[in-house]
Write a protein that binds this ligand. Structure first.
Ligand SMILES: Cc1cc2nc3c(=O)[nH]c(=O)nc-3n(C[C@H](O)[C@H](O)[C@H](O)COP(=O)(O)O)c2cc1C
Length: 357
């Protein structure tokens, strides 16, 4: 257990945004724990031409302005996704905007894409040594933009050359109108424009482009999104962002705060959408599973629902940075217990059962 893990209870006495700031600064200054262990070889995968040492990755929203991606890599994550980065710097919504729901092992955030903007992220990623690990860049639109498509095009133009993969985030609930971009017409226009720019600015094929979607989608909407993504040439889907739903089970004081809910209560709904996306995609797109992962069991369940890779954020708030390694090692044990030798062999094994559930 690292000093960082030991400091977790104290961090939880601070307001959540201050605790997050301290963690980002500490990791950014190179003062975080370092994992020297090697991932079990059964967890290795090559996806989109990238070599993932294992599938347990850091979700977007933790390192919004590319301040501490190197510190996150040192924790031993499979990949780090920085952002969401918007073209211009943005203060986000007024505080408080981040709430712990401890009794539910959840968080509600309505941050509203607070980030330092494209130029700052670019400067921080410019001279990155790509051998230290995989960095994805998640791009979005400014709240007051005249045309959101222009913002994604600008993000792609400036950041694609620096990214191992790019995520197009159309699923944050905290930027008014953003999720409407998941509609078939707007999505087709956005993806066509963004992928066109990727080819213009990158030598050879450019980085893979993933689309991150909401969990709050009816079956018809999900099907249309997957088909549009495939038709436009998107390389993968991230399922899912936070939910605007508020399950009756929530117990914590802050349960009615507006914003996106993440963590344990998101696990079941986001895993169901993942399984449905797996069935619709039918092998045409690799999927990344996110939402409520907090241990080896939940990570393995996402993989069996259809994910090649998994990401997490909220569980870190409750369990600390040693979590990545614990989940990684537990995943390897679960694979072996099922008599499987490679992670790919488990992908989607439970998809049909979960999609119909
Ligand atoms: C405080 C906070 C900020 C987030 N910010 C972003 C963001 O900027 N962009 C994004 O695509 N997702 C963002 N997310 C969503 C996460 O990347 C992830 O999809 C979601 O939290 C579900 O995973 P989890 O249950 O493991 O937290 C944020 C989540 C949290 C908790």
């Amino acid at each position: 257990m690292s000093l960082f893990d030991l400091a977790m209870p104290a961090m939880r006495c601070l307001d959540p945004e201050t605790a997050h700031r301290i963690t980002v600064r500490t990791l950014g200054a190179g003062l975080g724990p370092v994992d020297h262990s090697t991932a079990p070889s059964a967890l290795r995968q090559r996806i989109w031409g990238l070599d993932f040492a294992h599938p347990v990755c850091m979700a977007a929203g933790f390192d919004k302005s590319a301040e501490c991606w190197r510190g996150l890599q040192r924790l031993g994550v499979g990949a780090v996704e920085v952002g969401t980065v918007t073209p211009r710097p943005q203060a986000g919504n007024p505080r408080p905007r981040l709430f712990r729901l401890p009794d539910d092992r959840a968080v509600i955030n309505r941050n509203g894409f607070n980030n330092a903007g494209l130029d700052v992220a670019k400067a921080r990623l410019m001279n990155r040594d790509r051998r230290t690990g995989i960095v994805g860049i998640n791009i979005g639109a400014n709240k007051d933009t005249a045309d959101p498509v222009d913002d994604y095009v600008m993000g792609m133009r400036q950041l694609a050359p620096l990214a191992d993969y790019v995520t197009i985030n159309v699923s944050s609930p905290n930027t008014p109108g953003l999720r409407d971009l998941q509609g078939e017409g707007p999505l087709g226009r956005l993806l066509t424009a963004a992928l066109q720019v990727r080819t213009e600015v990158c030598r050879e094929a450019g980085p893979p482009v993933l689309l991150k979607i909401a969990p709050d989608l009816a079956d018809g909407q999900l099907q249309a999104i997957v088909e549009t993504a495939v038709a436009c040439g998107v390389d993968g889907l991230i399922v899912s962002n936070t939910t605007i739903a508020r399950p009756d089970s929530l117990q914590s004081r802050s349960r009615s705060e507006p914003g996106g809910l993440s963590g344990r209560p998101l696990f079941s709904p986001s895993t169901r959408v993942l399984a449905r996306a797996f069935r619709v995609a039918a092998g045409r797109l690799p999927l990344v599973g996110v939402g409520g992962i907090e241990d080896g069991a939940t990570a393995y369940a996402k993989i069996r629902a259809g994910a090649r890779l998994v990401q997490l954020y909220t569980a870190l708030v409750y369990k600390g940075p040693g979590l990545f390694r614990r989940i990684r090692d537990d995943l390897a044990a679960r694979l072996a217990a099922d008599g499987l030798t490679r992670i790919e062999d488990a992908v989607g094994l439970d998809a049909d059962r979960l999609a119909d559930g």
